[in-house]
Design a protein around this ligand. Structure first.
Ligand code: UDP
Ligand code: MG
Length: 317
């Protein structure tokens, strides 16, 4: 029997993972029931997995999933949810940027009857100006384009009830933006605020490329607005060029001056082609994601696992 599951996605976290384990252990010992620490190794290439196995050998509460390669942070969280056995499930980063001690506060809120308790960042320490600024804009842009209410400045550090976890598991979409999905399913949600610490050790595993992909997933999974942009831009540009046409005709018919030849022609052609390519790119983002869904590949592949399967569900898997 497990009451609390803590999901920790890890990707090359060798320098931090023992410390993370220690802090989590200390916190979870104070919780009012049995717990598991479920590490999801997302294809680490360092000694992360060796350390996890050492921990699992010493401590019954340590469970793990080992992916066959790097599938990404959001997929790792999803896999954790699918294998978590607890009645309340906590998701936390491995790098101690999210203070484990907050979990106890989350648990208290859960006991008050909230089904989702998410942690909102009031401050972020030890991250570059660029990261903080882009993150700030991203959350606001997301809020502007989506119809559902996704809380700003909130990561995946949260507690969810078993009911919420089950609902999320049944959403099989591939390009997963977990914090958006949690908002989408609803339930009774509460926020707690915290200051995000620096990474305990090591470097961010979210280079610009992954960050961009992640934000595109967020926007495309929850909004069609970029597609509507095409018709809006089209309308605007045809109106603009309509007026331009009238001006040129007027100059030609009623005055001696004409608009100079090929440079204006070239510029307009280039401009309109640029706009068309951008819009094609936007459509491409959606088509690519439809293609991903159509292929129906599994979300991830596990090469080794040590988990506490839930008895109820054992027959369905
Ligand atoms: N992570 C992962 N797979 C990845 C990238 C990151 O499992 O492909 C994990 C990572 O080990 C950490 C969490 O996701 O536990 C958040 O990553 P990180 O701290 O590097 O992101 P940041 O806090 O810099 O945004
Ligand atoms: Mg981090």
């Amino acid at each position: 029997m497990v009451k609390y599951s803590v999901i920790i996605p890890v990707y090359n976290e060798e320098p931090v993972i023992r410390e993370t384990y220690k802090r989590l252990k200390k916190v979870m010992e104070q919780a009012d029931g049995p717990y598991e620490l479920l590490f999801v190794n997302d294809g680490s290439t360092d000694r992360t997995m060796t350390i996890i196995k050492e921990l699992a050998a010493q401590d019954q509460a340590v469970h793990f999933l080992d992916f066959s390669r790097n599938f990404g942070h959001q997929i790792a969280i999803t896999a954790g949810m699918e294998h978590a056995a607890g009645e309340a499930i906590v998701i936390i980063d491995a790098d101690l940027q999210d203070p484990p001690e907050l979990i106890l506060t989350m648990i208290r809120k859960w006991q008050e009857g909230y089904e989702v308790v998410y942690a909102k960042r009031t401050k972020r320490k030890g991250e570059t100006f660029f990261k903080k600024q882009t993150a700030h804009w991203f959350y606001r842009l997301l809020r502007a384009v989506t119809e559902i209410e996704i809380p700003v400045d909130t990561g995946d550090f949260r507690l969810i009830d078993r009911k919420v976890c089950d609902a999320l598991i049944h959403m099989k979409e591939r390009n997963r933006f977990v914090r958006g999905l949690v908002s989408w399913v609803g339930f009774k949600q509460a926020a707690i605020e915290y200051e995000r610490d620096e990474r305990f050790a090591g470097e961010t595993k979210y280079p610009l490329k992954k960050m961009l992909r992640f934000s595109m997933d967020g926007i495309t999974s929850f909004s069609y607005k970029p597609l509507k942009l095409a018709s809006f831009l089209g309308l605007l540009l045809s109106m603009g060029s309509g007026i331009g046409m009238l001006v040129v005709l007027y100059l030609k018919l009623f005055t001696d001056s004409t608009v100079a030849g090929w440079s204006s022609l070239l510029l307009t052609t280039l401009f309109f082609n640029g706009v068309i390519l951008i819009i094609l790119g936007v459509i491409g983002e959606y088509i690519g994601r439809i293609y991903d869904e159509a292929k129906g590949r599994p979300l991830y592949i596990v090469q080794e696992k040590h988990t506490a399967e839930r008895e109820k569900e054992a027959s369905t898997h």
